[in-house]
Design a binder for this molecule. Structure first.
Ligand SMILES: Cc1cc2nc3c(=O)[nH]c(=O)nc-3n(C[C@H](O)[C@H](O)[C@H](O)COP(=O)(O)OP(=O)(O)OC[C@H]3O[C@@H](n4cnc5c(N)ncnc54)[C@H](O)[C@@H]3O)c2cc1C
Length: 532
């Protein structure tokens, strides 16, 4: 088949949700095109498998940023899922919606239909929440969400210490108020990852009208007289033209979506001309407004047992594997972080501006494996950075990954906030509940005085990395830099929408999987409403 009513490009968090909802009434034929393969690898489904799937070209696009002055000139890996489920198949499983105010800010900027009261029902519709019932939580959606069943003494001690330091406990950080400390909620069921592909395609794939095509890389959109008519794709190595009689939805993620638009002539006309690309519409915002969360990673050595020491020998690793095989429990069910904190620094006393990811393990880099000593990481980040970077085509050839310029820590607020976060970390770790278990601060280290802002900032610049949340590169709005309108229609091209993390006008205050799923779910509603 080469003719469909709708084509959705990219089977990631948003694309899977969109294709499911769009195909549910059986009226329309929908093609979901994914550049990666099927999610057959067992490491995708074992929660801790992100250590194996990240950096692995069979599941990861393996992007790398350009050298960035904000992080002392370092160039860092930016993994992005390349498989059914996209990033939700290789991510850390943390389920976070963000703050109500994030969405109200989007709506206040002129994006009608995106306020918290509009989107909250969509978050609930797509989930089945296994925790305390609440009117904001879903009970019959496709995405399985539960509190982390795994915990460790050191993480619970850190949570207690935060309370001792005066921070509140959060009953449900995805409920009425995000603020406080808690254990993370996860996209997990029966000890296995619940990716967007598991949640939204498992049942939907048996529908006659949904065609999920893997190893299908879209290289360009076909646009005739200002209207998108379909795509040019390489499917299992063969060049194919597919047509969409109604609309094409680009859900290829914050890097893939702007790349496809630019290669199709939607972007800054001067940049496109440099690569010999015929301009369809001059949209200078494509690839701009690139926002990410940058995490600084203080590490504390401790006496409590942590994953570092629990898996230090082959024998202990075998025991852990056996435990998982027998009961789907133990360290192999570990999400990327166990302890959550959404806290206010002195720079934002009314609204959390700091997020913690507390991990009962530590490493210099995931590839090098955990340290040989017992330690934990209290990763800290700024929830709403002002800094924004950009993407640039390297050439007019799809196979050349775009240049990624994150532009981290470029503004004074961002610099002061990360310093404030490092000081808060020290304050929490000096409280009795956790300090009794700590033997040393490995980083930043006691040679750096908390009063020395410059030294703390320099440490953050040298010891921080992405927490994998690029957003905003096809931002929604009506200003000159906007790429899509509030119904996610690309300005200047008919029958074409973008729906994924790239449409966020401002990065949400939290992790980005749940918001991307909500965006995919919402575009399907809008398509069905607009095409009656
Ligand atoms: C390692 C890692 C850990 C993370 N941890 C968390 C976490 O714990 N919690 C959380 O909330 N968020 C986390 N995130 C972020 C979150 O998962 C993503 O923001 C979210 O999944 C993005 O969804 P998306 O739909 O925008 O894009 P994606 O999920 O990236 O989907 C895009 C899809 O499009 C496909 N594609 C791209 N180009 C083409 C093309 N030309 N043709 C066809 N297909 C194409 C890709 O292969 C991919 O499948 C993490 C991300 C990573 C990488």
């Amino acid at each position: 088949m080469t003719e469909f009513d709708y084509i959705v490009i990219g089977a990631g968090s948003a694309g899977c949700a969109a294709a499911n909802r769009l195909s549910a009434n059986g009226r329309y034929s929908v093609a979901l095109l994914e550049a990666g393969g099927k999610d057959w690898s067992p490491w995708i489904h074992i929660p801790v498998g992100y250590f194996k799937t990240m950096g692995n070209p069979s599941t990861d696009w393996c992007y790398k940023t350009e050298s960035d002055p904000g992080i002392n000139g370092r160039a860092i890996p930016w993994p992005r899922g390349k498989v059914l489920g996209g990033c939700s198949s290789i991510n850390g499983l943390l389920y976070v919606r963000g703050q109500a105010q994030d969405y109200d800010d989007w709506a206040d900027a002129g994006n009608e239909g995106w306020g918290w009261n509009d989107v909250a029902p969509l978050f609930a519709r797509s989930e089945t929440w296994a925790g305390e019932p609440s009117k904001l939580r879903g009970t019959s959606g496709e995405l399985q969400v539960q509190e982390s069943p795994l915990t460790r003494e050191i993480v619970d001690a850190w949570i207690e210490a935060a309370v001792e330091a005066g921070y509140p406990r959060a009953d449900d950080y995805n409920g009425e108020s995000q603020e406080g400390v808690a254990r993370y909620q996860l996209t997990l069921a029966h000890g296995k990852r619940c990716s967007a592909a598991t949640a939204f395609l498992k049942t939907a794939r048996s529908r006659q009208n949904l065609h999920v095509i893997t190893h299908a890389t879209v290289q360009k959109l076909n646009i005739e007289n200002g209207v998108a008519t379909g795509v040019q794709a390489l499917i299992k190595g063969k060049a194919v033209t597919l047509t969409a009689s109604k609309e094409t939805v680009v859900s290829a993620g914050a890097i893939g979506s702007p790349q496809i638009l630019m290669l199709s002539g939607i972007g800054d006309q001067e940049e496109l001309a440099q690569h010999g690309i015929e301009v369809q519409t001059h949209r200078p915002g494509v690839g701009k407004n690139l926002q990410d969360h940058l995490q600084a990673r203080p590490v504390y050595k401790c006496t409590a047992s942590t994953i570092n020491t629990e898996i230090s020998s082959l024998w202990s690793q075998a025991k852990v594997a056996l435990q998982y095989a027998a009961s789907r429990s133990g360290p192999m069910t570990m999400a990327a972080s166990l302890g959550a904190g959404f806290l206010c620094s002195e720079l934002s006393p009314e609204r959390p501006d700091i997020q913690y990811h507390v991990q009962p393990w530590s490493a210099d880099s995931p590839a090098e494996g955990p340290h040989k000593f017992s330690a934990f990481t209290a990763s800290v980040l700024q929830l709403r950075p002002e800094s924004a970077g950009h993407l640039k085509l390297r050439s007019g050839n799809f196979n050349d990954a775009p240049e990624i310029h994150p532009n981290y820590l470029a503004t004074e607020l961002d610099q002061r906030t990360i310093v404030a976060g490092l000081r808060m970390t020290r304050n929490i770790c000096s409280q009795p509940a956790v300090s009794r278990l700590i033997t040393a601060e490995r980083g930043p280290g006691k040679h750096i005085d908390s009063r020395d802002e410059e030294a703390l900032l320099d440490w953050a610049r040298s010891n921080s990395t992405t927490i994998y949340h690029p957003t905003g590169t096809c931002k929604m709005g009506s200003d000159a830099k906007a790429v899509v309108d509030a119904r996610l229609r690309v300005h200047g091209v008919g029958n074409l929408r973008v729906a994924d993390a790239s449409i966020m006008p401002q990065i949400v205050s939290g992790n980005t999987n749940a918001p991307a799923i909500m965006i995919g779910d919402k575009v399907a509603d809008m398509l069905l409403e607009d095409n009656v």
